[in-house]
Design a protein around this ligand. Structure first.
Ligand code: FAD
Length: 477
């Protein structure tokens, strides 16, 4: 992609057809507008187009294409790799498009693509309904949904993308399309797990389910000395758990003085966290064995408003701190894997970092592996390795810890990864082929049809074929 500065006259012309705000390098709010959640990311775009509606998105896509600009698309700005911003180029920023409209009769919600999960939960819970989101409410709906979406309701109601009924998007040629099972079904298939490769989504329609207002949650902490025992008990428990139960473990120091007795604050711990998506009484009964594996250090399990559960981890991930996360789908959790997880959480350079094991299966595995682009349905567990730290001087040690841990844990995996925990965008095509397997060619065919020149390249990228790029990309059918 050629990258020149954009002539002022061209920006002025663009401004006449753009209803939102355009932020330039020397505007007072430029630094605010370019900053994203991960403090490791420091990109300086030439122009940030804060869209107010579909018309603005079409204008911005057309402007980028006509001027051969590098394009970043921003939903909630929470991608770990910072793909919502770019150096030079144009950011198409949807963060002001945050409307959510619930229809309680059809149990559906229409959600604009700049909304966060807090926006969605607030509206849907007004009617005692919910769609599966992520476990941090400040995260954007758009990036999370397009990459899959693994949250507290996953084993009962599936991934976020499994609850997508339709999406509206602007393609690289500026066309506004609907994708659903009935309209453009191939594109709909690709949007459910194929990331931001095929256009700028302006709105989503989600199916909703009765949830809450209270749910039974599990949040129990054990000493790191008992990590092996707790991880094995967790593995055995989830093997027979009802689909209402969705859990993860987090292993690390987690030095929160308000949560733990003084002698445990700086020591290694393992937490089991999650909920039961059903009646509180059933949930308390079902989750009870997880609270009795051994003597807990602290136990906050019990009934909790669903909205509160959705925000429970928010303050652990403040804006602007430094983050580097990666993932691997695990084939299982044999004793040797449990030992390695205990080892890697012990040697983390930052006390804020964790090694997480997400339970999968249930409703996620009931969708056929070829029924959506999402690549992780086969796996019983997802390993998340999260380096979270404060000082730039500690960058190298933390990034290295994640990479070394991942390399070691590959022995328990087919090498496929969850697209939404991407570290930096350092692995490219090979990682995409490993993750998607035979499905990758279908994604390439879609990319050739909808974005043959790779206008949308700042993502876990599906590279268009040589022949599509050589053609320069005519309009799709
Ligand atoms: C604190 C935290 C907690 C998280 N917890 C979870 C979790 O529980 N479950 C889970 O599954 N994931 C989780 N994630 C990962 C999350 O799914 C990704 O970071 C996701 O990319 C965030 O979406 P966003 O819209 O905020 O991202 P952005 O940074 O705004 O966008 C990321 C990418 O998504 C694409 N994109 C964004 N908006 C659009 C659009 N409108 N149209 C087309 N493409 C678009 C673009 O490629 C963009 O580069 C978490 C991340 C963080 C930071």
């Amino acid at each position: 992609m050629a990258q020149q500065s954009i002539p002022t006259g061209q920006i002025e012309r663009f401004e006449t057809e753009f209803n939102g705000d355009l932020t330039r390098v020397d505007d007072a709010d430029y630094d605010d507008a370019r900053s994203v959640w991960n403090g490791m990311i420091d990109k300086r775009p030439s122009l940030i187009a804060r869209c107010r509606g579909v018309g603005d998105v079409i204008s911005a896509v057309t402007f980028a294409r006509d001027h051969d600009l590098l394009v970043a698309v921003r939903g909630g700005g929470h991608n770990v790799a910072g793909t919502a911003v770019c150096d030079d180029g144009l950011v198409i920023d949807l963060s002001e498009m945050r409307g959510v409209w619930v229809d309680p009769d059809t149990r559906t919600a229409r959600v604009q693509a700049g909304a966060t999960w807090a926006d969605v939960d607030h509206e849907t819970q007004t009617f005692g309904l919910a769609t599966p989101g992520g476990v941090v409410s400040e995260t954007g709906v758009a990036g999370l949904t397009l990459g899959g979406g693994i949250g507290h309701l996953r084993c009962k109601h599936g991934l976020t993308c499994d609850n997508l009924a339709s999406a509206n998007l602007v393609t690289a040629d500026g066309e506004y399309l609907t994708a659903s099972e009935d309209e453009n079904p191939d594109l709909f298939w690709g949007l459910r797990g194929g990331g931001g490769n095929f256009g700028v989504v302006t709105g989503f329609e989600f199916d909703l389910h009765p949830v809450g207002p209270d749910v039974a949650i599990c949040l129990v902490f054990y000493s790191g000395d008992r990590m092996d025992e707790v991880l094995k008990a967790y593995r055995d428990y989830v093997a027979d758990a009802p689909p209402e139960v969705s859990l993860l473990t987090l292993s690390g120091v987690l030095p929160d003085e308000e949560l733990f007795p003084a002698d445990a604050v700086h020591e290694s711990k393992i937490a089991i966290a999650g909920c039961y998506a059903g009646s509180v009484a059933d949930g308390e009964r079902e989750l009870a064995p997880l609270r009795e594996i051994t003597e807990p250090i602290a136990d906050f399990s019990g009934p909790m408003p669903y909205v509160e559960l959705q925000q429970l981890f928010d303050e652990d991930y403040p804006d602007g701190m430094r983050y580097y996360w990666k993932s691997l789908y695990l084939d299982g959790l044999p004793e040797s894997a449990v030992d390695r997880i205990a080892y890697w959480s012990d040697v983390a350079p930052s006390p804020l970092s964790t090694v997480d094991v997400w339970q999968l299966g249930g409703a996620i595995a009931r969708v056929g592996v070829e029924d959506s682009a999402f690549a992780g349905r086969h796996a019983p567990f997802l390993l998340g390795v999260e380096a979270n730290w404060e000082r730039p001087a500690d960058d190298d040690a933390n990034v290295e810890w994640v990479r070394d841990c991942l390399e070691d844990m590959r022995q328990f995996s087919d090498g496929s990864v969850y697209l939404n925990f991407p570290g930096f965008l350092e692995e490219g095509d090979e990682m995409m082929r490993t993750t998607f397997g035979p499905t990758y060619e279908r994604l390439v065919a879609l990319k050739d049809e909808y974005d043959p020149t790779n206008l949308f390249s700042l993502n876990q990228n599906v590279t268009p074929s040589e022949s599509a790029r050589a053609d320069g990309g005519g309009c799709h059918e």
